[in-house]
Design a protein around this ligand. Sequence first.
Ligand SMILES: [Mn+2]
Length: 343
Amino acid sequence: METNITERLKEILGKQGVKVVIIPHISPDGDASGACSALWQVMDKLGISCHLMTCDYFPDYLKWMKCIPDSVSYQQHPIRCKRWLEEADVLFMLDHNTMAREGDLEPLTREYKGKVVMIDHHPDPDAVDLCISDPSMSSTCELLFNVIRETWGEKFIDRNVANSLYAGISTDTGGLNHNSSRPETYRVIADLLALGLDKNYVHEQLYQKNSLSRLRLTGNCLLNKLAVDENFPVAVIPITLQELEEFHYKDGDLEGLVNIPLSVEDVLVSVQITERKDRVKLSFRSKGDIPVNLWAKTHFNGGGHLNAAGGHMPLPLEDAIQKLKDTTGWFFGELLKAKYSSR
Ligand SMILES: [Mn+2]
């Protein structure tokens, strides 16, 4: 990391009595939560006053991370969040590259007058006061580890910080499955272990907390919902709101499901289409160099990484399923074009 970045960061936070607000992306995942948890802990150690706010909610399965239970939702406390933003000197955007991913907080953060610092690993970041972005990183948490170590030193990374950072690296790579072939990622994990990371505890929290209803929901999706396109190597899992209710869905219950179809040799792309109260959410996963973020960005108001992207559409679910079908040929046509033009 450039020394320039650590200097600027110290300068931005250098003012006496500086006030900080941290915001993750909408529907925070393990990486966003891990980064928010770790950064807040470091701010605490530095004696910097800090608040963590979400446009929605952190899911229950991530609440074991230090500081996450102390976050405040804009949905629940709009006035308090507004005041905190007005008072804050520095706003940290973690694990997202644009304010468009801040849900109902977006209009407020767009008007925000203080300094904005982004720490993120998604491509094409928006311009902010200090943009710490590296799309080659497995996760924001891996990047944040470097930021913390180089700016303030390893002594700021204790067991709880290490646990949160590791949780982000682990979840954002599907358990070191994808996006995790750089040796540096493993050096960071080795360093985290040396600094006190309790890997067994984190794995227990993340991966060994299945509920019976979650297992049954997964089983139902794989047995009754999963369909593979006749002409293209695409698996689709559509899930209705009614099914979510039937299986007593809780946030996080669908985590990882979209990756499962990729374990089938002939499936190169997996798409989960989930009906929510107000819209339909799409999750894309792919193997190799298939850029599903292109599909999500062009047709589903979304984006993301090469192998893991997301998008959304207005209701109803059937329209989203149909649109996916209608654009499958286009997507594979684009891939072929790219292949031949690069020869
Ligand atoms: Mn991430």
